[in-house]
Design a protein around this ligand. Structure first.
Ligand code: PRX
Length: 671
């Protein structure tokens, strides 16, 4: 279905105007340029022969059991086959081959627990642990093709668990530890998982936070629902807290590994063998299981990591702050850094525990050289004040990355000056769960960077900004971001729903991948991302669906109708604001201050239970009506005006144009 102007929020003109006045530019220093992995000729090389370029990357960056002879088969478009007849194993590429090359003693992971406990894991250690885990999974009956759900905090075991799955050809589906039991349950069911890997809990802000109870709840039998496909739950002991135990189903990770052999022959798979499914929010209430396969995904993950971060595996200490529950954690914690033989930091906790300088303390302690994080974190640190990072030695940092949402020029400048010492290049990387790896980004050492712009498609990638009619807009114009050519790490579909895959990404513009982002080309042709143009919100770099939160709200007995919007927020990018119509007497009750507080609390907790705490609305406004078009679609654009305290825009296409007056009047009333 094609969206119409009425239900597609357009990028804000105000933020667009601000961006257009941004003229600062930071060319690379000659010293950086001279030593950079990426050289300017890379663009010409890639455009001279795109497929040959990718074939070369796949050959150079990965080790193949059987080399591929065919680069791309697009005859089944939009499902691509890259390096289709090649055979390899992801875990072998991430671990074993480095040991075989004599780098077994190199540190793969510096683990830093929230409480300050540490663990150093070399590539040789990792090989033993991944092999043991692979044997343990096999002993529990997991075979090639079986799905394994991983629900863990940020631990060494989380990376090991993912790699162990990859080693036996069992696609993993990591569910972020902040999601609720219900959210976990629906993902387990959709993936028809055979095994779940979890922990007793993790540490967060100085306290143990349990995880296993959510798994127990997610696997409970429910009347009218099919029995779970899960046969075993493998439990990592992290906090040592009490856990409920289901005999014959639950198995301790450490016990299973203890008795497992340290040798394991990787299961060699076709390049197109599924590596993982990762659920992400879409424009409907049902999360989409984004499917990634092996050869193309690993090629692009490794290529981007090497060139965008200028990685030198012998000397760099790399740190990506993302959780493995998100695509950034998959591509730039588990896969790319290890494929490239890097040394990286994995940190369990939050930036402010036990103090607000924790991240910078970690940078100093390990001599981190490359830092990859999200704008929301940078803005939070800005708010805390620059005297905090000033207490630490950050001079080791030489490349800074940003991902997950548009970075405003002010945060970009702060990141560069305060964290990067006014010298480290910033790479603002645009990509998505669906793209698997970075697509648009400056190349450090090559690109003169601009605060707030992701700038150019990487060599080998073709992106454009088009208007409603799919025409490429001229420089200075704005429209929708599209990807015009298939790329190696592209999603291969939505798990179990090919039609939805075609419909969501390939039906808006013929032959083009529709990313769902608004974008603008400046006078130099550089791309500026302007946020989502569909019903997807971006809160602290986390992707949330308006419809999913609306369904959660209306599933509560007191709610008759709900509409959710993402309102601009200085720190988190967007904040969830919900408009609800309450049933019968609840509406009257909510009109009193105490009643209103109670409704807020009840509904916020309800959303946390249905989806997870990250989806809790920041504000819930009780309203008598919702603005709808004649065809019954909620006009979220108008509600965003209300949520952002703006004058309400054009409401002429509403079925009843007085509704907005009614909403505004109701909200103006105290209480
Ligand atoms: O809107 C874009 C925004 O994040 C969306 C993808 O979210 P997700 O699949 O969760 O992946 C996030 C991490 C790759 C995009 O559609 N986004 C991501 N990176 C940027 C961005 N928006 C602007 N600038 C970026 N660098």
């Amino acid at each position: 279905m094609r969206n119409t102007e009425d239900d597609v929020p357009q990028p804000e003109t105000s933020s667009l105007e601000n961006l257009l006045h941004e003229t600062r530019s930071f060319p690379p220093t000659p010293e950086f340029a001279a030593q950079a992995n990426a050289q300017p000729g890379l663009y010409a090389e890639a455009s001279a022969g795109r497929l040959a370029f990718w074939a070369q990357q796949a050959t150079e960056l990965l080790t193949w059991k059987t080399p591929f002879t065919e680069t791309l088969d697009w005859s089944g478009a939009p499902v691509a086959r890259w390096f289709g007849d090649g055979i390899l194993n992801a875990a072998y590429n991430a671990v074993d081959r480095h040991v075989e090359a004599g780098h077994g003693d190199r540190v793969a992971i510096h683990f830093e627990g929230e409480g300050g406990d540490t663990r150093t894991v070399t590539y040789a250690d990792l090989q033993r642990e991944v092999s043991r885990a692979a044997n343990a999974l096999a002993a529990l009956g997991v075979e090639k093709g079986d799905r394994v759900v991983i629900y863990l905090p940020m631990l060494v075991e989380s990376v090991v668990a993912m790699l162990a799955c990859a080693r036996i050809g069992a696609p993993h589906s990591v569910v972020f530890g902040g999601f609720s039991a219900d959210a976990l349950r629906s993902r387990i069911a959709d993936a028809e998982a055979k095994l779940v890997i979890t922990a007793d809990g993790g540490f967060r802000r100085g306290a143990a936070s349990p995880l296993k109870p959510a798994v127990d709840e997610a696997l409970e039998e429910r009347e009218g629902e099919p029995a779970t496909t899960v046969q075993h739950v493998l439990v990592v002991r992290r906090t040592g807290g009490d856990v409920a135990w289901t005999e014959h189903r639950d198995v301790w990770w450490h016990e299973a590994l203890e008795s497992a052999d340290v040798r394991h022959e990787p299961v060699w798979v076709d390049a197109e063998h599924p590596l993982f499914i990762l659920y992400t929010s879409g424009t409907t209430g049902k999360p989409k299981g984004i499917l990634h396969t092996t050869g193309g995904y690993l090629t692009q993950a490794a290529y981007t990591h090497r060139n965008v971060f200028d990685l030198k595996p012998e000397s760099d200490v790399y740190w990506c702050t993302a959780d493995i529950g998100w695509i950034t954690g998959h591509s730039y914690v588990t896969y790319a850094p290890l494929i490239n033989g890097a040394t990286q930091v994995v940190y369990e906790g939050t930036p402010d525990s036990p103090h607000r300088g924790r991240w910078w303390e970690i940078v100093e302690k390990y001599g981190v050289t490359i830092l990859y994080t999200a704008p929301t974190a940078i803005r939070t640190c800005m708010k805390w004040g620059e005297d905090i990072p000033a207490q630490f030695d950050l001079s080791s940092l030489r490349v800074l990355g940003s991902v997950g949402e548009p970075i405003n020029p002010e945060a970009w400048m702060w990141y560069r000056r305060v964290i990067g010492g006014d010298k480290a290049p910033i790479v603002d990387t645009w990509w998505q769960t669906e793209t698997g790896a970075i697509m648009i980004s400056p190349l450090p050492g090559v690109t003169a960077t601009k605060p707030g712009s992701a700038q150019v498609a990487l060599p080998g990638i073709v992106a454009d900004v088009v208007d409603d009619e799919a025409h490429s807009v001229p420089n200075g114009g704005g429209g929708y971001l599209v990807l015009s050519e298939p790329w190696p790490s592209m999603l291969r579909g939505i798990w179990g729903d090919l039609e939805r895959f075609k419909d969501t990404y390939w039906s808006r513009f013929e032959g083009l991948y529709f990313a769902g982002d608004g974008a603008k080309k400046d006078e130099d042709g550089d791309i500026w991302l302007l946020g989502r143009v569909d019903d997807v919100m971006n809160v602290s770099g986390h992707r949330l669906s308006t419809t999913e939160i609306e369904s959660a709200l209306v599933s509560h007995e007191i709610v008759a109708e709900a509409a959710v919007v993402g309102a601009a927020d200085d720190t988190t990018g967007q904040a969830v604001v919900a408009f609800v119509i309450l049933r019968g007497e609840h509406a009257d009750k909510a009109a009193t201050p105490e009643g209103s507080d109670e409704v807020q609390l009840t509904l916020r907790n309800h959303v946390a239970k249905e989806i997870g705490p990250i989806a809790k609305p920041r504000r819930i406004l009780v309203v008598p009506e919702l603005p709808k078009t004649r065809s019954g679609k909620i006009m979220r654009r108008l509600l965003r005006d209300v949520a952002e305290n703006r004058t309400v825009g054009d409401a002429t296409t509403l079925a009843d144009s007085s509704v907005m007056d009614l909403i505004s009047a109701g909200l103006a009333t105290p209480g």
